[in-house]
Design a protein around this ligand. Structure first.
Ligand code: GLC
Length: 653
């Protein structure tokens, strides 16, 4: 900064300082409207000073409003609630989208809520949040990346950073400055429905991929103001992937369950990625898990929900590890705490949660927390701490100076350049488990017989959190993209391709078969093996849901058996969110874990035909039988079908 500039800055501060003091004296006495000269509105002042000035002007009602987040759908009909309550935030839940689902309509929607927020006395901007967990999945036309389990298979932290940067750009361009990502869960049991949201089963691998936070936020605080950066959320704190099967919440067998562990092992496995997220990446927000922790140190039998875990949220995360962002609750998560709503609110605020994701109960939350503060069960100092954290991030994001969408990045959404990054991520995520006779890579002029229900299904290859919360099968009303079959045709135009989804078409004369099988989409507990089936609605398109399993669905196995028996050389691709036990007795020569590639299915063809080499390594253990789960590297008597870190390589051709 030149001396002249520094001099001017000091002069500005010099003039402002006495005024600021004067304003602070006035504020508690009455609800004076924010004057334009108020220090908190001066972008040249340090954020800390702006926060202190603004906090000093706020009433209790305004502070509690900042701690409250509502969902766009109820707020769309409850018009004016953002202004009336001074809500600090609005979210889109999975699949909660404007009509039409276009970048412009998103920006108009977000700006609409922002206009309401700026109509409040102190003009505090709201912050909008979405689940951009593998690209901006809610937005039609966005670049959809492989889910994290595929990115974990790439073992490429720089690629993960780049994927997050593209996602940040395609999110902020729609006016949304905050994503509920990345998930830093360490998935320890592949029967968990959220395993695909994890980078893998070891804390080392998940920690390595906290580069995603740099991709979202940039590496300097000043980057957060840019039109292609967003605030990230490290979630779900902590142990969500380490719960015991059978302890799940409600009808979920394992999701939102209980992590039974010692403090030392919890720190080694479940907390480790959050150390990096906070200390190395300066993550802006943290979301607690629905799950509980039951310390073996203290003798089991006292599971405490993470949303009320003061020892971990305040003690470990904020005080010991130095987290200076804000803690956002999960969706209605405090519902699962013991007691009345008032007791749930008080327990969670006092434990260290700063903002509450109350999609439709935001009014009740505001009145309840107000009453709890007035009754002395929640200290005003706790409220001030929570609000200071929230305001700090809003100032750092530049929302006070630029509260409305910067739409300059809309043209890049789904661009060829962005899709090229995703296509490379798909190729690097493919894990080659078997390659008898070096069948792969295939010849580009081969006679290829393609079969399997996941060969030509963009919905199945994208998985959950894509246009809807649960995702859905089929190619109708889906994200635009390339299926695996389309990728094969594009990458090997000289190949003679026959496609038969169920593998019943004649296969005579084919050189090789490629059978693409796996799972249909799911999210959260609906993806638990043995979990409830999400009620299939034909309007969702695709096919009725199916019983989740660690073994290939019977129909898929039948297709594999039929085709691989008929065609001399046979490749099986498993498009799924988790390992699948595949019987290869019918003559499977090559086996590939394709995970959930997203919209750029051609990335699979790139490695199949040698445009790129296979380099992926298993991010999770591939069990020999379902009965082996949970099975993780390091276990005693560890005898999986394919171990963590396994993956054959090929050369380009
Ligand atoms: C969900 C998920 C969480 C997500 C939130 C908002 O229940 O647990 O990962 O960010 O709700 O959609």
């Amino acid at each position: 900064m030149s001396s002249g500039k520094r001099h001017r800055l000091r002069a500005r501060l010099g003039i402002v300082a006495p005024l600021a003091g004067f304003a602070l004296v006035l504020a508690p006495l009455g609800a004076a409207r924010a004057d334009s000269g108020a220090p908190y509105l001066d972008p040249d002042r340090p954020v800390r000073a702006r926060v202190a000035d603004l906090l000093g002007r706020m009433t209790l009602a305004e502070k509690i409003g900042q701690m409250t987040q509502g969902e766009r759908a109820p707020l769309t009909t409850d018009t004016g609630a953002v202004t009336e309550l001074g809500l600090g935030s609005v979210l889109s839940g999975g699949g909660s989208v404007p009509t039409p689902n276009t970048p412009q309509a998103w920006a108009d929607m977000v700006d609409g809520f922002q206009k309401e927020a700026l109509a409040t006395r102190l003009k505090i901007p709201m912050i909008y949040g979405v689940d951009s967990v593998h690209g901006n999945g809610n937005l039609l036309g966005a670049t959809i990346f492989p889910h994290n389990i595929g990115l974990g298979a790439s073992r490429d932290p720089a690629l993960v950073r780049q994927a997050a940067q593209v996602t940040a750009a395609e999110t902020r361009a729609t006016g949304v400055p905050w994503v509920f990502a990345p998930c830093l869960c360490v998935t320890r049991d592949s029967r968990w429905g959220r395993g695909y949201e994890s980078f893998g089963e070891t804390p080392e691998l998940v920690t390595a991929m906290t580069t995603a936070i740099d991709g979202f936020q940039g590496t300097r605080t000043a980057d957060l103001k840019q039109a292609d950066r967003v605030l990230a959320t490290a979630k779900h704190f902590a142990g969500d992937g380490d719960t015991v099967y059978g302890t799940g919440s409600g009808e979920y067998p394992i999701d939102q369950g209980v992590t039974r562990t010692s403090r030392a092992r919890f720190a080694q496995i479940d907390l480790a990625p959050f150390v990096s997220a906070v200390k190395q990446r300066d993550v802006g927000s943290v979301m607690p898990s629905y799950s509980s922790v039951d310390w073996t140190d203290d003798g089991l039998g006292n599971p405490v929900k993470m949303h009320a875990h003061q020892e971990l949220l305040t003690g470990w995360l904020k005080q010991k590890t130095g987290f200076d962002g804000f803690v956002i609750s999960d969706y209605n998560a405090i519902d699962q705490l013991p007691g009345t709503f008032a007791e749930q609110v008080t327990a969670s605020v006092n434990a260290g949660v700063d903002m509450f994701m109350e999609p439709s109960r935001y009014r009740e939350f505001v009145t309840t927390l107000t009453a709890e503060v007035e009754a002395g069960r929640v200290k005003r100092s706790r409220i001030d701490d929570a609000v200071s954290r929230i305001l700090t991030k809003k100032f750092e994001l530049g929302l006070f100076e630029n509260p409305y969408a910067d739409r300059s990045g809309i043209a890049d959404i789904g661009s060829a350049q962005h899709r090229a990054v995703a296509r490379r991520a798909v190729a690097q995520s493919q894990v080659l488990l078997k390659n008898s006779g070096n069948l792969l890579p295939l010849k580009k002029n081969a006679k290829v017989y393609v079969a399997g229900r996941n060969a030509d299904d963009i919905g199945n290859q994208a998985g959950g959190w894509t246009l809807t919360w649960q995702g859905f099968s089929g190619n109708e009303n889906q994200q635009p993209g390339t299926t695996v079959l389309e990728g094969i045709r594009e990458v090997a135009p000289k190949a003679e391709v026959t496609y038969s989804e169920d593998g019943t078409a004649p296969a005579a004369g084919s050189d090789v078969a490629v059978v693409v099988v796996g799972e249909t989409p799911y999210a959260e507990g609906y993806g638990d093996v043995g979990g409830p089936e999400w009620p299939w609605d034909p309007a969702d398109g695709g096919v009725p849901r199916e019983e989740k399993s660690l073994a290939l669905q019977p129909g898929d196995q039948a297709t594999v058996d039929r085709v691989c028996a008929a065609v001399g050389k046979c490749v099986v691709l498993v498009v799924s969110g988790r390992p699948q036990v595949v019987s290869t007795s019918s003559g499977v020569d090559a086996l590939v874990a394709s995970w959930l590639p997203g919209t750029e299915g051609a990335g699979v063809a790139d490695v199949l035909f040698g445009k790129r080499a296979f380099t992926g390594k298993l991010p999770v253990t591939w069990p020999a039988t379902a009965a082996q789960e949970p099975i993780n590297v390091g276990d005693k008597d560890y005898r999986p079908a394919y171990p963590y870190g396994y993956g054959l390589t090929t050369r380009t051709s």
